[in-house]
Design a protein. Structure first.
Length: 100
């Protein structure tokens, strides 16, 4: 869903400010569940760092788009794709660790 929302903005859609805010659903999960229950697991710390990188990259691409550098913002979607894949892989590793 994160990638879709970023892509939407970079192709002319509206920015979902609630979703990308510090009180958005992903950040809420990290604060309410992830970091409170699993903060000592290295996978959780890696997951949090990856989410922060995703947030920072998205903000950077939004800024590029808003300043008229549309093609450059579109090329940056490659970074969002890579970080999203890393996030999914880390989440799968965390889920596996917690179910074993």
């Amino acid at each position: 869903m994160f990638k879709s929302k970023v892509r939407s903005v970079l192709y002319g859609g509206n920015l979902d400010t609630d979703f990308f805010s510090p009180n958005g659903p992903i950040n809420n999960w990290f604060n309410a569940v992830g970091l409170s229950k699993y903060q000592n697991l290295p996978e959780m710390r890696d997951l949090q760092r990856t989410q922060e990188a995703l947030n920072n990259e998205a903000k950077s691409l939004f800024n590029l788009y808003q300043s008229g550098k549309i093609d450059e913002s579109h090329r940056g979607l490659f970074n969002i794709d890579n970080l999203s894949t890393k996030f999914s892989d880390l989440l799968a590793a965390l889920e596996h660790k917690l179910t074993v």
